[in-house]
Design a binder for this molecule. Structure first.
Ligand code: SAH
Length: 344
């Protein structure tokens, strides 16, 4: 079976070349073709001999994906639907900010975490994405738009910490100077709170930003929204988060989607402030995106401001996420879902 060449790091690429009776220095050339110039055909690697190109073709493939749909919002956010080699569909969002382009990539096809306000999880998990498929979301968009992406958030469909090995390889590869050279500090990974995996990630001691989807400060409310809370209570989650901060010295971002009448009360704000008060943290309030299949409604603007104000008064770092791309179903698995429903 052919191997995914763009998932190999430099050492593995060197070993592979030695096995093919080629010179080790070719690894760097090939790496640059794959990760700097982002080619999708071995034939385009113009400084390699025909015989080496043939050998590569025989043993390896380069991940590529087809753009199925491209939806551009008034605010220039673009949502891409990609089709993978096995016909699965994933979505990726490109956002333009003052300081440059950010991309939100998927880490799995579908998701099995079951959060009941999220569209990505409605049809369950199909499979993990490979590290090459995580990279290809970025490369395909950079190529077609001729841009350089500066920030990556792993916040699309899927639970990245369930796919930790591929995620770590992705971070390693996107970071390499001969390729995209995207610094760890420009990468955010979002998790629904897999406590054991957070501890594993802490051991990798990266400088990425960890974002934790908290969404409620009480177990009963969180449990009603996120089944994972039955496995890892808020206390267990915070224990893992504290371990993460101690190991990496990095501030954790907590995400909190405000849902009218569910988690936007004064009591929730107070309890949240109590939980975060002595932790190196930052809270990102998100007006929940409406999902047709879900009955939730977002909190009113006034309520969101009041909630934020209450946290601020208690000295908590808080931001309210600007809503981008809401006119193009940019939120959380909605486009993939509506595309697949149309095809059924
Ligand atoms: N599984 C990971 C990453 C993917 S979800 C996680 O749970 O963090 C990315 C973020 O989008 C999470 O914070 C998730 O809770 C949030 N999200 C999902 N559906 C949403 C919706 N309808 N409105 C607002 N945020 C939503």
């Amino acid at each position: 079976m052919k191997q995914e060449i763009n998932a190999l790091n430099m050492e593995e690429l060197e070993l592979a070349l030695i096995e093919l009776n080629e010179k080790k220095f070719r690894a760097k050339q090939i790496f640059k073709w794959l990760h700097e110039k982002m080619v999708t055909n071995f034939g385009d690697m113009s400084n390699l001999s025909k015989s080496l190109i043939d050998k590569l073709d025989e043993n390896f493939y380069i991940t590529s994906m087809n753009v199925l749909e491209r939806l551009e919002s008034k605010d220039q956010t673009i949502k891409y639907l990609f089709q993978l080699h096995d016909h699965h569909i994933i979505e990726t969002v490109l956002m333009k900010y003052k300081h440059g382009y950010s991309i939100c990539i998927s880490s799995q096809v579908g998701c099995r975490m079951g959060c009941n306000f999220c569209a990505s999880t409605i049809d369950g998990l199909e499979r993990n994405l490979t590290s090459g498929e995580m990279l290809a979301q970025i490369y395909t968009i950079q190529r077609e738009k001729d841009i350089k992406i500066r920030n990556v958030v792993v916040m699309g469909s899927g639970e990245p910490l369930e796919n930790l090995d591929h995620l770590l390889r992705f971070i390693e590869l996107i970071n390499i100077p001969e390729g995209q050279n995207i610094g760890q500090r420009n990468i955010t990974v979002s998790t629904c709170g897999l406590a054991e995996q957070i501890r594993k990630l802490a051991k990798a001691n990266l400088q990425i930003t960890l974002a934790v989807s908290l969404h409620a400060p009480y177990d009963d409310i969180r449990q009603s929204m996120m089944p994972i809370n039955r496995k890892y209570s808020i206390q267990t989650l915070f224990d893992a988060c504290d371990y993460y901060t101690q190991s990496t010295n990095r501030r954790i971002t907590y995400e909190y989607a405000l849902i009218r009448g569910v988690n936007d009360t004064d009591a929730c704000a107070n309890e949240l402030a109590r939980l975060l008060k002595h932790r190196l943290s930052h809270i990102n309030l998100i007006p929940v995106n409406d999902v047709i299949e879900r009955e939730y409604e977002k909190s009113s603007e006034v309520r969101i401001q009041a909630f934020a104000g209450q946290l601020e008064k208690k000295g908590i770092n808080v931001t309210i996420r600007r809503e981008l791309g809401s006119d193009i179903n940019a939120a959380c698995g909605q486009l993939r879902k509506s595309y697949q429903d149309k095809e059924k």
